[in-house]
Design a protein around this ligand. Structure first.
Ligand SMILES: NC(=O)c1ccc[n+]([C@@H]2O[C@H](COP(=O)([O-])OP(=O)(O)OC[C@H]3O[C@@H](n4cnc5c(N)ncnc54)[C@H](OP(=O)(O)O)[C@@H]3O)[C@@H](O)[C@H]2O)c1
Length: 261
C-alpha cells in the first residue's frame, strides 16, 4: 500500500525502525513527517531519505499527515497528546505501550479512527509481525509492507499477542543457556554460538512454511520415536519447562491487563 503522508509524534527507536522499513526498497510512503525531538535520529533519517521531513513541532506533524503515529513513552503520552488538535476522521495509530484505549481517545478529544499496534524492531527489515486492534484494512496493509499484520477482533486477542511478544528475550535466553551448557561441557564458545544461531534460524524458517497447522507437527517431524529430540522435549515438559512457560505468560498477561484496564 502507498500512503501519501505519514507522521510520527515521537522520533525514537521504534519510529526509526518503522521509517526505515517504510522507505526500504519500493517506498510505501511518499512523505514522512517527524517530530523534532530526538534531533539526532530525525536529522539522520532526513539526511538519508528525501521523503523525510522534520516538522517544527508535533502539531505540524499532525496537520501534514493522513496517518499519524503516536510513538512517545507512556509516561508523557497524556501531556503530549492533549496538547494536539486532530482532524475528525483522521487515522491515528498508537504504538504507546500499556495505555488504555479510552484514555487515548479522551486525550485525543476528536472523533478519530484510532488503531493500536505493537510493532517490533524487525519492521526495519520488513520482517515484523505487528498486532493491531481494532481491525483496519489500511493500517493492516501498511504493517503488511513491514512484515505481517495480525488484526485482532477484540482487546483480549490484542493483549494475548502483547503477552506473546514478551517471549523475545526468552527465545534468546534459551539460545544463551544452551550455549552456556555447551561451553561448560568443553565446546569452544564461538562454535556453540554459531551452531545454536544457525539451528534456531533453520527451525524458525521451517515453522513458517505453508501447511503447518501446529508446531507439534514439526516436533513430531524432527523427533524420531524413542530418539534424542523426543527425549529432550519430554524431559523439558516433565521437568516443569512447559509449566514455567505457562506461568510466565499468565503473569505477563495479568500485568498487561492490569495496566490497560
Ligand atoms: N522500542 C520498541 O521496540 C517498541 C515496540 C513497540 C512499542 N513501543 C512503544 O513505542 C513508544 C516509543 O518507544 P521507543 O522505544 O521508540 O522510545 P524512545 O526511543 O525513548 O522514543 C521516544 C521518543 O519520544 C520523544 N519525545 C519525548 N518527549 C516528546 C515530546 N514532548 N514530543 C515529541 N516527542 C517526544 C523522545 O525524544 P528525546 O529523546 O529527545 O527525549 C524520543 O525520541 C513507547 O510507548 C513504547 O512502549 C516501543
Amino acid at each position: 500500500m502507498s500512503t501519501s503522508s505519514i507522521g510520527f509524534v515521537g522520533t525514537g527507536a521504534i519510529t526509526e525502525a518503522m521509517v526505515r522499513g517504510l522507505l526500504a526498497g519500493s517506498a510505501s510512503a511518499t512523505e514522512i513527517h517527524l517530530s523534532p525531538r530526538s534531533a539526532d535520529i530525525a536529522a539522520r533519517l532526513a539526511a538519508e531519505f528525501p521523503a523525510v521531513h522534520v516538522a517544527k513541532d508535533n502539531q505540524e506533524v499532525v496537520d501534514r499527515s493522513t496517518i499519524v503515529f503516536l510513538a512517545i513513552r507512556p509516561q508523557i503520552a497524556r501531556e503530549v497528546i492533549e496538547a494536539l488538535s486532530f482532524k475528525p476522521g483522521q487515522r491515528v495509530v498508537s504504538v504507546v505501550a500499556a495505555t488504555e484505549r479510552q484514555n487515548l481517545l479522551d486525550w485525543i478529544g476528536a472523533d478519530v479512527q484510532l488503531v493500536q499496534a505493537i510493532p517490533l524492531p524487525f519492521v526495519a527489515d520488513r520482517l515484523g509481525v505487528t498486532a493491531i486492534f481494532p481491525p483496519d484494512t489500511d493500517v493492516a496493509a501498511l504493517f503488511d509492507t513491514l512484515g505481517t499484520a495480525i488484526q485482532c477482533e477484540t482487546k483480549k486477542e490484542y493483549d494475548l499477542l502483547a503477552a506473546a511478544s514478551a517471549l523475545m528475550a526468552t527465545y534468546f535466553g534459551v539460545m544463551e543457556f544452551a550455549t552456556d551448557w555447551l561451553t561448560e561441557k568443553g565446546l569452544e564458545r564461538s562454535k556453540g554460538h554459531a551452531y545454536i544461531a544457525r539451528l534456531f534460524q533453520s527451525l524458525a524458517e521451517r515453522a513458517q512454511r505453508a501447511g503447518i497447522d501446529r508446531f507439534s507437527d514439526l516436533s513430531g517431524e524432527f523427533a524420531t520415536k524413542g530418539g534424542l529430540n523426543e527425549q529432550v522435549l519430554a524431559d523439558f515438559d516433565t521437568g516443569g519447562g512447559k509449566a514455567a512457560l505457562n506461568q510466565a505468560l499468565d503473569r505477563v498477561l495479568n500485568r498487561i491487563e492490569g495496566m490497560t484496564d
